[in-house]
Design a protein around this ligand. Structure first.
Ligand SMILES: [Zn+2]
Length: 327
């Protein structure tokens, strides 16, 4: 037993006592009365004075000399007082994270199927109003683009397709069946088959509800993060992560669906293969490192390596006109 001074909270006078650790309890025995008090170690606060250490909870206080305290062998955890609730909290948080990890994607898919499209109506409207004036194809080019859709067996007028002037090779989808194609993509695409493949990939994102899922994730993460982080910082980060970005899994699915679509419609997949080869050659290496959301080009090329009978998507002259992009 270790000698200590014991304050029971009833009088300011200390009593001589002995203390020892028994399991997860501190046992205090008053020398005079032989009374024993047990206190759970996790409930004790610890304070260091010049030549003694104070252990206390709401009711009692114990003073132990510095050297005696060392002999007591009390090891307070990293979290100090009340480490149990904190550890429990950490365990619960880990559990939730594990659950989210396993069920996040199915959960989001399910949410996407029960949440009506109409809740994104105002967002879609805003986006369409933003892109409509930027659309820069002439009627002849628009007709060719419509032909690409019908060659794919897809409904052009059921989508909002806008080609905008931009020097970046890009195409993306947004809520409201909105497809935006940068005219640079038309300019560098090696063939109308490549354009058809890209459009088919983007349509797969729409049909697979990937846009909706991305939006739901966006709102979901924003709501969660509002509780745990400074909102401005959080929205900035979350926007970076979720806006318009699909998971690798979704990208792979979209490629597979596009490859099947091309095959069903007898459109040569070689267009996609040479487009990917061309893009891979021109992509700066830092972008290769950064573009973690898309599967790498060799893997994508494999998906489009089927061989089957095909016939052209557009006539040579129609392709030449479309390829000119925005004037
Ligand atoms: Zn994609």
């Amino acid at each position: 037993m270790i000698p200590a001074k014991f304050f029971n909270g009833k009088t300011s006078k200390s009593r001589e006592a002995e203390v020892m650790i028994l399991g997860s309890y501190l046992v205090i025995r008053e020398l005079e009365t032989k009374n024993e008090v047990n206190v759970e170690l996790t409930k004790l606060d610890i304070g260091h004075q010049a030549d003694f250490v104070v252990l206390c909870d709401a009711d009692i206080e114990i003073h132990i000399g510095k050297d005696d305290f060392k002999k007591l062998g009390l090891k307070l955890g990293f979290f100090g007082k009340d480490q149990k609730p904190i550890i429990q909290g950490v365990m619960i948080a880990l559990g939730i994270l594990m659950l989210l990890y396993y069920f996040y994607n199915p959960l989001m898919g399910h949410l996407a199927s029960i949440i009506p499209d109409s809740i994104f109506e105002s967002t879609s409207k805003q986006l369409i109003e933003h892109y409509r004036p930027l659309h820069c194809l002439n009627n002849q080019q628009a007709k060719s683009l419509e032909d690409v859709f019908s060659r794919l067996g897809k409904n052009y007028s059921g989508h909002k397709v806008f080609v905008i002037k931009s020097s970046m090779v890009n195409a993306f989808v947004m809520p409201g069946n909105l497809i935006v194609i940068h005219d640079e993509l038309l300019k560098v695409a090696p063939s109308p088959e490549a354009v058809a493949g890209i459009i088919s990939h983007e349509l797969a994102h729409i049909e697979g509800k990937h846009v909706k899922i991305a939006l739901i994730k966006h709102y979901f993460m924003e709501t969660i993060s509002a509780f745990i982080m400074d909102q401005n910082v959080a929205t900035g980060i979350i926007k970076q992560i979720t806006t318009g970005l699909f998971t690798q899994e979704e990208e792979r699915k979209a490629d597979l669906i596009a490859a099947t679509n091309l095959k069903d419609q007898h459109i040569s997949p070689k267009g996609m293969v040479s487009f990917f080869e061309q893009l891979e050659k021109n992509e700066p290496s830092f972008l290769k490192f950064l573009s973690f959301t898309h599967p790498n080009y060799p893997d994508r090329i494999k998906v489009f390596s089927g061989v089957y009978d095909s016939y052209p998507v557009l006539s040579e002259s129609a392709w030449k006109t479309l390829k000119a992009g925005c004037q």
